[in-house]
Design a protein. Structure first.
Lengths: 195, 589
């Protein structure tokens, strides 16, 4: 072959007028790409084996998928564990999370559980200067004091993530010292199978 | 992690394995290591690549009694690349056997490389005995943790009775669905431990699901209609076409319906580059005509490609007017980078045959085909060769190609030489381009040539390397000599880390910091020191003779081609740029 590379310079070429957004969708060139983040609850049945939790949490970390909470525990089948993962992602991100999870060799099934029953447990340590006030707030949120000790009340509370957020906010008037939350566990309601 | 029960000291020596066939009910007592080797034999493994070491000694000892040929590489990274290339050329998984600790960590680059290119490679790594795991024992490393993100799956073998099945599972997993690397970590007490269980038929774990090879018929029909109505249809052939043995299907489809074909780098050879419909490689250093076609097409059929950033350039300007039909066996690749209007999850060959049948007619693409030919004339690939000036690297690639057999296999390192080898060698058959496409591992070429030659002993193998790239793994010449492999390594020596120098000139005010070494080894003398043939070419007049000499030599040859030190790779789409605005010279950047 001979002759140097030649041809019209970039600015002299016919250019396509279309455009994609950063997620690879074709868009109206005039339109702004908009990405709404949403909260998605994903339930996965995985092998109950050492190292599986590390693999799955590592998968989310290296794909830069935001985990809000991740819970794991045994199921009716001894060999399996259920993971409930709450992610906050835009639509393509949620879809990627599910697809990447399904690729994991130890994952048996993966499903987004929209509208499922969701609960988490929180332990909230509140200053005990006003025990009656604390008890009243606890009652409002369906919690109870599990321990009262040297000016500190420890409240146990279950509810949805939003309910617990609200309860903690309400307890702040008394002074919240420490909080431990389990993260969301979820099951689809009634006879519907979760995964 | 559960605390393992150790039997490190309490093992049955291999000498006690004598088998009496007097009573068939007496099972043969053997060791975990023999189970590992039995599993390899069951998988029809003929060659393994590796390096001996303490924790893996039981496996090597068992391998000594097997017909399987083991190639001792000089470095574990080279073993991984050799096994990787062996897998690409043969289509069967390549296997490495290495020890724990550094034996495993040295493999990591090679495993990551295989993972990026979806190559089936099985790594068997030694590990300290289970009762020492977690105690920071000598040559202990958390191989499972380190390799989890870069393997399709990895398995910690915990029992001599099941270790053979673990190896079988690693095989099945590496080779099913979207191929990829797998690893089995082998604690020494497991390989030394006694067992009377023979490995069973390899299977993938029940939890691992591979999609159906055929795609959804309704989406196939819709995609076929879109393609048949397209005025500017284009096929983008990806590495999955080669892995799925679908090159013939793709060729038939493109030719029957008159659709031009762009290939990604790993797909070089999936469509013959001497065919009029071939627009060759697209992307960063692709041809101008491939990138114009990608930018202007109205329906794009991407097969077995993950729409890598080196191909797409900026997402916003990639095929911006095209409806995208995306065929892939991995559902997670669909719409990962480019939104698929027609997602076709399935195996490249079967889905292409489905599409072939579903096409309602020929796309009305006469004008488009003509336009692609005009682009070929408008943006030709080429270079000048004034005989009194420094040698153009493109000329070396073409001269090597012309003198080589038609079915020769090319391996490469990473850098400028890799791009010239991609651009100026004419690829017409699958599995003839063996390169580090995704990870970009400098030094891949020489050890890959070792693996490629062992996979295809009767086929010519040419490795292109750069001076910087070759320095990273030049010790691979040692096993090439030991194994008496007839390979040719062509070093395009510009006395620079050339791709970095090119980018520094273009994007860093020509500050050639640490890309200009000013001194390099005498590669011909280095080759001779290894016992290979060492050759050198300083000018155009010497090139034909050294190529002839190297090709005629029955053994490894290394040619040190001194080339124009400041030759650049063009065309070029800068990182994240618009494919249609590829630069033909530095002035365009």
């Amino acid at each position: 072959m001979s002759g140097d590379l030649s041809g019209p310079a970039p600015e002299e070429r016919a250019m396509p007028t279309g455009r994609r957004n950063a997620q690879g969708f074709r868009i109206d060139p005039e339109a702004e790409a908009e990405l709404d983040e949403r909260r998605a609850v994903i339930s996965a049945l995985v092998d109950h084996e050492p190292g599986v939790l590390a693999k799955i949490s590592g998968l989310f970390a290296r794909r830069q998928l935001n985990i809000e909470s991740l819970t794991v525990g045994p199921t009716v089948d001894d060999s399996l564990a259920r993971m409930t993962i709450v992610v906050e992602e835009d639509e393509p991100g949620v879809e990627q999370a599910k697809r990447q999870l399904r690729k994991e060799v130890h994952a048996w099934s993966v499903r987004e559980v929209d509208g499922a029953i969701e609960r988490e447990l929180a332990l909230i340590k509140v200053d005990g200067d006003d025990p009656a006030g604390v008890a009243a707030v606890a009652e409002v949120y369906g919690g109870e004091a599990v321990e009262a000790d040297e000016g500190v009340l420890t409240i146990e509370l279950t509810g949805t993530e939003a309910e617990i957020d609200a309860a903690i906010e309400a307890f702040e008037q008394f002074g919240v010292r420490e909080v431990a939350r389990t993260g969301t566990a979820a099951l689809r309601s009634g006879t519907q199978s979760t995964t | 992690m559960s605390k393992p029960q150790s039997t490190a000291e309490d093992t049955t020596p291999p000498s006690e394995m004598e088998y009496s066939d007097a009573e068939e009910s007496t099972p043969k007592e053997t060791t975990g290591a023999h189970s590992v080797v039995a599993a390899l034999e069951q998988a029809d493994v003929e060659i393994t690549f590796g390096v001996q070491g303490g924790a893996i000694m039981p496996v090597y000892d068992a391998l000594a009694d097997s017909e399987i040929h083991h190639v001792s590489m000089a470095h574990e990274q080279g073993a991984a690349h050799a096994a990787d290339a062996y897998g690409i050329v043969s289509g069967d998984p390549g296997v490495t056997i290495t020890t724990s600790g550094p034996g495993a960590t040295n493999l990591v680059t090679g495993i990551a490389d295989a993972n990026m290119d979806s190559d089936p490679v099985i790594s068997l790594t030694g590990q300290v005995p289970q009762d020492m795991v977690g105690n920071d024992a000598f040559q202990e490393t958390n191989t499972m943790g380190i390799t989890a993100p870069i393997t399709k799956g990895n398995i910690f073998a915990s029992d001599p009775d099941t270790v053979g099945d673990d190896v079988g599972t690693a095989f099945a997993l590496a080779d099913s669905g979207r191929q990829g690397p797998t690893l089995v970590d082998l604690p020494k007490n497991v390989t030394q431990g006694a067992t009377d269980v023979e490995p069973s038929e390899p299977t993938t774990p029940e939890s691992y699901q591979v999609p159906d090879p055929k795609a959804d018929e309704e989406i196939v029909s819709a995609a076929a209609r879109a393609l048949a109505n397209a005025e500017k249809p284009l096929i983008l052939s990806g590495g999955g076409v080669i892995k799925g043995e679908a090159s013939d299907d793709l060729r038939q489809f493109a030719v029957e319906y008159g659709i031009p074909v762009v290939t990604t780098m790993p797909a070089l050879g999936s469509f013959p580059e001497d065919h009029p419909l071939a627009l060759e490689m697209g992307g960063m250093h692709g041809t101008g005509y491939a990138n114009m076609a990608l930018s202007h097409c109205d329906v794009l059929l991407g097969v077995g490609t993950r729409f890598d950033d080196r191909l797409t350039g900026g997402i916003e300007t990639f095929a911006p007017e095209a409806e995208v039909i995306h065929v892939d066996i991995d559902p997670a690749e669909i719409s990962k980078n480019i939104q698929a209007d027609y997602p076709l999850i399935g195996d490249a060959g079967p889905v292409l045959r489905q599409l072939y049948k579903a096409m309602p007619g020929m796309p009305p693409a006469d004008a488009w085909r003509e336009r692609t030919q005009e682009w070929k004339a408008e943006y030709p690939m080429g270079y000048e060769t004034p005989q009194d000036e420094a040698v153009r690297p493109e000329f070396v690639v073409e001269a090597m190609n012309e003198a080589a057999a038609d079915d020769a296999i090319v391996t490469t390192g990473v850098g400028q030489h890799q791009m010239w080898a991609a651009q100026y060698w004419t690829y017409t058959e699958p599995r003839t381009w063996i390169s580090s496409n995704g990870l970009g591992t400098m030094g891949y070429g020489a050890p890959a040539a070792v693996g490629a030659k062992l996979a295809a002993p009767d086929t010519q193998v040419v490795a292109f390397e750069g001076d910087g790239s070759f320095l990273m793994t030049s010790q691979a010449i040692a096993p090439a000599v030991r194994e008496e492999l007839d390979i040719t390594v062509a070093i395009l020596n510009n006395s620079y880390v050339g791709m970095i120098r090119q980018w520094q000139d273009a994007f860093y005010d020509e500050r050639r910091y640490e890309s200009e070494w000013g001194w390099g080894p005498d590669f011909a003398a280095l080759a001779e020191a290894y016992g290979a043939q060492g050759l050198r070419a300083m000018g155009y007049d010497e090139i034909p003779d050294v190529i002839e000499e190297a090709y005629a030599y029955d053994g490894p040859s290394v040619i040190d081609f001194h080339i124009d030190p400041i030759a650049d790779v063009y065309p070029m789409v800068p990182s994240g740029g618009n494919n249609a605005q590829f630069a033909l010279t530095g002035d365009h950047l």
